[in-house]
Design a binder for this molecule. Sequence first.
Ligand code: SAH
Length: 463
Amino acid sequence: MQHFPIFVALAGRRVVLSGGGEAAIAKLRLLLKTEARITVFAPTPEAQIETWADDNRLRLVRRAMEPGDAACAVLFYAADEDAAEDARTTALARADGALTNIVDNLADSQFITPAIVDRDPVTVAIGTEGAAPVLARAIKADLEERLPTTLGTLARIGKSFRKMVEALPAGRRRRDFWADFYFNRGPRASGEDEISQTLDTLLAEHMAAGDKAGHVAFVGSGPGDPELLTLKARKALDTADVVIFDRLVSPEILELARREAVMVDAGKEGFGPSMSQDQINRLIVEHAGAGAQVVRLKSGDPTVFGRLDEEIDAVDAAGITWHIVPGITAASASVASIGQSLTKRGRNSSVRFLTGHDIKGFADHDWKVLARPGEVAAIYMGKRAARFIQGRLMMHGADPATPVTLVENASRADQRVLSSTLGRLSDDVAGAAMDGPALTLFGLAPRDAADVVSNMTNEQEFA
Ligand code: SAH
């Protein structure tokens, strides 16, 4: 980020602008929305600027700027549309200590003015660091359309009501009240009286409603790509008080969680230091028991190798309500990335989800059945168990030429596909040095390499 967005307090403070043409008028239109004391230097100003001066909305000085003219100014705009004059006035203003902007000259400006969506007191500033003014305008138009025109009035009246709302307990109850006001009941009221009336009624309703009980949502976050999050997962994240997440949940998805939500890293991983399952269970129960809406966020689908049942048992034992939001499991994302199906007529009519590891160590399975031709298995946590799995399957007569594919970081930008065979598996895995989570697809090879473009971003895909 080369420009840091801030909102400058301008009420009663001095802003100086040099210029009297179109560029000056455009900037002044924006500045006149503030309560700044504006001085314009222009030997030959346009009529519009004279009118503003006559109406006492700004002070007009009919000459070019001189040293000391920008004394005490917070901001200075060079809007003469003449490179030499702009450089001269800017140097003067800098000497006076003002922060300077040259219209349409990003490189020599100390600050730039964003595109603005004005629902005063709600103001949205959009910046692209000069890279894409078209984009800024499109975002502005989009927001203009989405934010009700009454939003400013709602916010202004709402602000004067804040003290009253302290009658509700801080936290969720107050947030619910304001969400109800801004997004539901407020926009339906018309006129200031009706809006004030709505606030009164709404507060009485929310006071009467009492506390909501805590609740736990076991939510699947998918394999990592935030676009593979379900709408229900998104909604649960939007309303969570507390999000307890695993190590494998991607940072992009955590970004989407509500800003005010308490984020708890349960750091559960197969190997190395982590919070014990008992600690996690206790944590979930503790938060929900205190009345929080808890999202227990698990990578992929919570019902697949997620120790979900232990957590449900703990929540049940505490008499807390819960529900499950399914997610896209790593196996689905992995086969999708190699352009294959998990099942196929004439090849396999069943597919196994296996874990390479369980609490006791390498997990044992019905290797004899798996060793038969055409079998397909999605092996989770199979990287470290590669040699073990290879040994067991070969011992039971599996063909060393059986394809095995590892998909690391499925659906993420750093996705990698390792195409191997049972015979070469452990050597290939050792050589690939994968540090991300990887899914082992036994019995599947990437569809004809020419047809599959793995590791592709969405933009590329749809370009
Ligand atoms: N509930 C999860 C699985 C958790 S077990 C799900 O449904 O996907 C953890 C294992 O899942 C990892 O060891 C790895 O084998 C697999 N995994 C999770 N995310 C993955 C990803 N983005 N790419 C490949 N494998 C992944």
